[in-house]
Design a protein around this ligand. Structure first.
Ligand code: HGY
Ligand code: MN
Ligand code: MN
Length: 423
């Protein structure tokens, strides 16, 4: 029955593209769409969630929202065992500043279209299917990525979750309540039998699929991200009065450290080791005052967690040597050092069969970006499905996914969800 239902599977790609553009308009970015900025719990984020609520209800899904805003839109048609562990599919809708309109959104709207397609095809799901909208996948506001999925997976205890703060010094707890989410944060953690399987559809955020002319990527491993914050403290002083030999300039020391970070990462034996210093705060930030304190963040990743941690140790040691030579101080704190995730073999296999059934080309690959699936995989059988994005570009307004690839991704996701929910 399930395969018959899949014979007349129809993906409404025009509607999906229109919804992606509609969602992109919920943005605080000064540049027009497709540039998007949508920070978690912002007015734009809340308006977008309101819009999703309408879409979910129009599709006949029952909606549950947890204490931090993770949203679960459930389809459990006649004959479906409402108590059975569900099949989940989803992603995030928050967007870093000056981002594109496909990162994350393809996984939420794509999962919704996949469910609508299964409804149209008359699929008889034996277990519930959830479209999941994760809260705060991006680290933009609270400094830590995947806050919602970490908490759902139980990897971020309620007391630590509540105390995460934004640049204004507001705690996540205060901000979520202002945004209209309340309830006990301990209720975010999912029970062990919540999901039988989880699949996330996402743009590749890399060039491989486009370079090889392929339609889809079956992700079998997800990179391990760590975030380390450094603070360099020097003497500061008057930009005219302090001669060069007498200076202990925190920014010059930080600059040498950042160059050392690049060198240590480039010389790592692992080609998947990547390091990014993306934020910096200079004090007192005055044209004519020698920087006395510099704070900067390091985003360090690898598919190989052991190699990543080795490079991290080397970076910390080199930074301390640079500080000693320049007579400044350096302190560091590790915000997170997450293990990489292996995806679930049978689900990856189901993705391959579904792609073949649709006549789509595909390959196995790793994900160098992290995703909510990294944390779902720590609790439930999980896999990801990638579609190409033009030039491999992401986290930029010119991020783009072709409608034919959107269709390939959603059709393959729908067939996979049918397989996973059919028994
Ligand atoms: O940074 C990442 O890998 C993800 O896009 N948040
Ligand atoms: Mn992202
Ligand atoms: Mn993403």
């Amino acid at each position: 029955m399930m395969m018959d239902a899949m014979k007349n599977l129809y993906i409404d790609t025009g509607r999906l593209v229109a919804e992606l553009h509609e969602l992109a308009a919920f943005s605080s970015c000064p540049e027009p769409t497709p540039a998007v900025t949508r920070v978690v719990y912002s007015d734009e984020d809340r308006a977008a969630r309101q819009w999703f609520d309408g879409l979910f209800r129009d599709a006949g899904l029952s909606v549950r929202v947890d204490p931090i805003g993770n949203t679960f839109a459930r389809w459990c048609p006649d004959g479906c065992d409402a108590d059975a562990p569900a099949v989940g599919s989803g992603s995030h809708i928050d967007a870093i500043p000056h981002a594109g309109m496909y990162d994350g959104t393809v996984g939420v709207l794509g999962a919704l279209e996949a469910v609508r397609a299964l409804q149209r095809a008359g699929h008889r799901a034996k277990r519930p299917i959830d479209v999941v909208l994760f809260t705060s996948e991006e680290p933009t506001r609270f400094g830590l990525g995947c806050t919602g999925s970490r908490a759902m997976a139980g990897q971020l205890p309620a007391d630590r979750l509540a105390l995460l703060t934004d640049d204004a010094g507001d705690s996540l707890d205060a901000v979520r309540r202002r945004a209209g989410y309340d309830g006990d944060l301990a209720g975010v953690r999912l029970s062990d039998d919540a999901y039988a399987a989880f699949v996330e559809l996402h743009i590749e955020q890399g060039p491989k699929l486009e370079e090889e002319g392929l339609d889809l990527g079956r992700v079998f491993a997800i990179a391990a991200p760590s975030t380390i914050n450094f603070v360099v403290t020097g003497q500061g002083g008057h930009a005219g009065a302090v001669l060069m030999p007498d200076r202990h300039d925190a920014l010059c020391a930080a600059a040498e450290m950042i160059h050392a970070i690049e060198q240590l990462c480039r010389s790592s034996p692992s080609p998947d080791c990547v390091a990014t210093v993306g934020t910096m705060d200079i004090h007192p930030h005055a044209v004519n005052s020698i920087p006395s304190r510099v704070a900067f963040s390091l985003d360090l990743r690898d598919i190989d967690g052991v190699n990543r941690d080795g490079v991290c140790e080397a970076i910390v040691g080199e930074n301390q040597r640079i500080a000693a030579r320049r007579h400044v101080q350096v302190e560091h704190s590790v915000l997170n050092a997450d293990p990489p995730a292996d995806c679930d073999g049978p689900i990856v296999e189901a993705l391959a069969e579904a792609a073949d059934a649709g006549g789509y080309t595909h390959r196995g690959m790793v994900s160098r970006a992290y995703h909510d699936s990294l944390f779902m995989a720590s609790r439930f059988p999980t896999a990801m499905l990638f579609i190409p994005c033009r030039g491999g570009v992401s986290h930029r307004p010119d991020e783009f996914a072709e409608p034919r690839h959107l269709e390939a991704g959603v059709a393959t996701l729908a067939r996979t969800l049918a397989t996973l929910s059919g028994s």
